[in-house]
Design a protein around this ligand. Structure first.
Ligand code: NAD
Length: 253
């Protein structure tokens, strides 16, 4: 069966790799992203995908995007609430309230709008899979990253709750928790945390590696492998779980 896959924040990083890997399996793929430039590049590279500029925190934009997907796909088999932002880095007494709210909005409110639509569509179908992207920051305290850590912990609560609400209807809900993923985003995060903590970037980067049993970062393909597994019949009894793809985090900082 051709899978119908929806990915938020899908025009770069992990979301883009997920989209590419699902497309390689023959799936029909729709992505949205807030970044106009990334959306234009993705749309040009993958004309068979639905690629739209839509901000996950904007209810009207998301309703328009998801209505278009619903009309085109007549449902959805896999929905990845992947869009996220690192938010500000700093001690809580130095954090700006608006920056706090913006970080919570993208990571948490965006997942709400995405999952609310997915739940309605999948409950009616009687099957489906929702994958919410949390983080190892949603399982440990993360100094200098209070907004991000708080939002990612909240997503674990959302995952567990939706798994209970939707399980009886045959819908599975899981979260993936990436560790530090190689790429431009972690380069930005390392630079931000180095500035907030006064440590050199090399030291911050080394701390991330040292805190992981496998002593390595992960790749977007490691995450795509896990999501493809979750979307396969082999994972038909896996729901309500947070799957860490992190090389086993011992300490975050
Ligand atoms: P990324 O910055 O490369 O990609 C995120 C994408 O989301 C970008 O294309 C961005 O434009 C989009 N986005 C941001 N705000 C948006 C909004 N309001 N509406 C729609 N799209 C929006 O980051 P990534 O590493 O690919 O992150 C993907 C997910 O993985 C995020 O939820 C992130 O928190 C999570 N995560 C990443 C890492 C890591 O090390 N990179 C670790 C743990 C968790």
């Amino acid at each position: 069966m051709t899978q119908r896959v929806v990915i938020t924040g899908g025009a770069s990083g992990i979301g883009k790799r997920l989209a590419e890997r699902f497309a390689e399996t023959g799936a029909r793929v729709a992505v949205c992203d807030a970044d106009a430039h990334a959306v234009a590049e993705m749309a040009e590279a993958y004309p068979d995908m639905i690629v739209r500029q839509s901000d996950v925190t904007d209810a009207a934009q998301m309703e328009a995007f998801l209505a278009e997907v619903e009309a085109a796909f007549c449902g959805a088999d896999v929905v990845c609430a992947n869009a996220g932002t690192g938010g500000p880095a700093g001690l809580i007494e130095d954090l700006d309230y608006q920056a706090w709210q913006d970080c919570i909005a993208v990571n948490l409110h965006g997942a709400f709008l995405t999952c609310r639509w997915a739940a309605r569509v999948m409950r009616a179908q009687g099957d489906g899979l929702i994958v919410i992207t949390t983080s190892t920051s949603g399982q440990w305290g993360h100094p200098y990253r209070a907004p991000y850590s708080s939002a990612k912990w909240a997503l674990v609560g959302l995952t567990k709750t939706l798994a209970m609400e939707l399980g009886p209807a045959g819908v599975r809900v899981n979260a993936i928790a990436p560790g530090a993923v190689e790429g431009a985003r972690m380069d930005r995060v390392v630079a931000m945390e180095a500035k907030a903590s006064g440590k050199p970037e090399d030291e911050v980067r080394a701390q991330y590696v040292k805190g992981v049993s496998l002593r390595s970062w992960v790749s977007a393909d490691d995450l795509a492998d896990t999501v493809l597994f979750l979307a396969s019949p082999a994972a038909s009894k896996i729901s309500g779980q947070v799957l860490n793809i992190d090389g086993h985090t011992e300490t975050l900082v």
